[in-house]
Design a protein around this ligand. Structure first.
Ligand SMILES: NC(=O)c1ccc[n+]([C@@H]2O[C@H](COP(=O)([O-])OP(=O)(O)OC[C@H]3O[C@@H](n4cnc5c(N)ncnc54)[C@H](O)[C@@H]3O)[C@@H](O)[C@H]2O)c1
Length: 209
């Protein structure tokens, strides 16, 4: 059971909401932050109604205090340590490749700077997940995302949340500066409909190639 409170940014929906719910279910006090204050209030109420202990960070406090590791690390140094998990992506779309590369770089620097001070900093890199974006994109987009994943399905936000919880627990106590893919095998490479196995015939694919 976590003993320290967990601050989850972007916690109103999607992966952030699932992460806040996972920590609350594990017994942590959760501080949720999001720029969408209406959705934030609903997310806090949902956790409290389920028996969890959640509070909303005021947008001003969040804006002032959540600038990456700049404010979090001094606070952790003052209280004996802590863990930070940042969110990148295994996808290299033009919209997010630069931002996510920055996040990975900053995570590694922070991890090295504070590795001997009780602070661990890691990154989770999700693949294709079924969140509000993909729900809005419709069943065709969801099917394509699943097909392009070696496990042939999209991920569930709880599958990222469980990895974040693990990265914040003593079970991962020797891991820092790491990029952990949670992607159904996507970062291992592409998986064709049938893999060649020596001595086994290849079936003809449906339709033309
Ligand atoms: N959904 C996926 O398939 C997927 C895949 C790869 C990586 N990711 C990464 O995972 C993270 C979560 O993704 P998601 O799709 O669940 O949700 P999302 O990225 O759409 O945003 C989640 C929440 O963050 C809030 N938010 C965004 N910018 C903010 C800011 N500056 N200040 C405060 N709140 C802010 C939004 O209001 C929203 O409620 C993101 O970093 C995303 O890049 C998601």
């Amino acid at each position: 059971m976590p003993t320290a409170p967990a601050l989850v940014a972007g916690a109103s929906r999607g992966i952030g909401a699932a992460t806040a719910e996972e920590f609350a279910a594990a017994g942590a006090r959760v501080v949720l932050a999001d720029r969408d204050t209406e959705a934030l209030t609903s997310a806090v109420r949902r956790i409290d109604a389920g028996g969890g202990d959640a509070v909303a960070a005021s947008p001003r406090t969040f804006a002032a205090r959540s600038s990456g590791t700049k404010f979090q690390i001094p606070a952790m140094l003052g209280t004996g340590g802590g863990t930070i998990v940042n969110m990148a992506s295994v996808m290299n779309g033009t919209a997010n490749v630069a931002g996510k590369a920055d996040i990975i770089g900053l995570t590694k620097v922070a991890a090295l700077d504070h590795a001997d001070q009780g602070i661990r900093v890691n990154v989770v890199a999700p693949g294709h997940f079924l969140t509000h974006h993909r729900e809005a994109a419709g069943p065709g987009a969801q099917r394509l995302a699943g097909l392009s994943t070696p496990m042939r399905r999209t991920g569930r936000p709880a599958e990222v949340a469980q990895t974040v919880l693990w990265l914040c627990s003593p079970a991962s106590s020797f891991i820092t500066g790491a990029v952990i893919p949670v992607d159904g095998g996507q970062s291992a490479g592409s998986k064709p409909p049938q893999m060649y196995r020596q001595g086994q015939p290849m079936a003809a694919p449906p339709g033309d190639i």
